[in-house]
Design a protein around this ligand. Structure first.
Ligand SMILES: Nc1nc2c(ncn2[C@@H]2O[C@H](COP(=O)(O)OP(=O)(O)OP(=O)(O)O)[C@@H](O)[C@H]2O)c(=O)[nH]1
Length: 311
């Protein structure tokens, strides 16, 4: 495990520079968490508990975004500021109680460095849950989320079904407010438009960590109870792909023409027509997609700015 080593860690590699064998077993961790925050510690003991469930979850995301620290914060309630890269993969087991079920969680914490692709690619299969982590102060780590999904999809092969896996996106390091460059609505939009859970977290302060894991495991239990299929209720996002794509396009537009989707030099009529279309699509009364209010305001301002200079 990066950032400091859990109990009972058996490292199979001495360093990243060592040549990797074709197939590498994970390091093994046993997390001491007999009383996880917000879970069994506060629950009354029930006479009858349903059969315990065993699940597999993995962490994914660029190197140094804080994957290991998030797991460590949850399982060991501590934070290690020193960065120690995960070598290949770390494996840990932990027990949690969700509602009346005892859940045995096998956690595979994947190294984010590209160097370890050959090691981690063997561990994507038979996964019920993925924690997809980025650093809110590192735009590249957010932009890389798509390539992490692509890597998993490729490893699962043509018969793998990503639809029936619970994904939680962790926008991590929110304590570093000065360096933040990916805001909440951008991250939330990316996650929710794919039917993924979204949480803002800080492994350093602990903010969001327990809520994230509790919701994540709960959703996996729902998936298992639903015969391994994601319940349809958890897949409906409340906004359309067109709305999500339009907000992203507006966010990335280079000027007011681009924002309204008209050519520089367009007429008043063309600007007004484009504006009306966007206003209908994004009006806050109609659109609940994250970032829609800001996008709507930006469109209003762009139209005002353009009309000032068009006769
Ligand atoms: N300020 C702050 N630093 C964090 C946070 N989470 C992790 N870090 C720091 O970020 C660095 C990387 O953390 P790790 O958890 O090892 O990152 P990782 O994603 O597991 O990295 P790899 O093992 O290389 O894939 C360490 O120095 C951590 O102390 C956080 O929420 N806030």
């Amino acid at each position: 495990m990066g950032s400091g080593g859990f109990e009972a860690v058996v490292s199979l590699l001495s360093g990243a520079e060592r040549q990797l064998p074709d197939s590498l077993p994970p390091r093994v961790c046993l997390w001491a968490n007999s009383s996880l925050p917000g879970m069994e510690a506060n629950l009354p003991k029930r006479k009858e508990t349903r059969k315990s469930l065993r699940i597999k979850v993995i962490s994914m995301g660029n190197a140094e975004v804080g994957k290991s620290c998030i797991i460590k914060r949850y399982c060991e309630k501590r934070f290690v500021p020193k960065y120690l890269a995960t070598i290949g993969i770390d494996y840990g087991v932990t027990k949690v109680q969700i509602r009346d079920r005892e859940i045995k969680v096998n956690i595979f914490d994947m190294a984010g460095h590209p160097f370890f692709y050959e090691v981690r690619n063997e561990f994507y299969k038979d996964t019920q849950g993925v924690a997809l982590v980025y650093d809110v102060g590192q735009k590249e780590s957010f932009d890389a989320l798509d390539s992490w999904l692509a890597e998993m999809k490729q490893e699962l092969g043509p018969h793998g079904n990503m639809e029936n896996i619970v994904f939680v996106v962790c926008a991590n390091k929110i304590d570093c407010t000065k360096h933040r460059c990916v805001d909440e609505s951008e991250g939330r939009l990316w996650a929710e438009s794919r039917g993924f859970l979204y949480f803002e977290t800080s492994a350093q302060t602990g903010e969001g960590i327990n809520e994230m894991f509790q919701t994540f495991y709960s959703a996996i239990v729902d998936l298992c109870d639903n015969g391994g299929k994601r319940p349809t209720s958890s897949m409906s996002v409340g906004f359309t792909k067109e709305q999500a794509d339009t907000i992203r396009r507006i966010r990335n537009s280079k000027d007011s023409w681009d924002m309204l989707g008209v050519k520089p030099g367009a007429t008043r009529d063309e600007v007004n027509k484009a504006y009306r279309k966007l206003a209908v699509l994004l009006h806050p009364d109609k659109c609940v997609a994250p970032g829609s209010e800001d996008a709507f305001k930006a469109v209003v301002n762009a139209r005002t700015a353009l009309l000032k200079n068009i006769k």
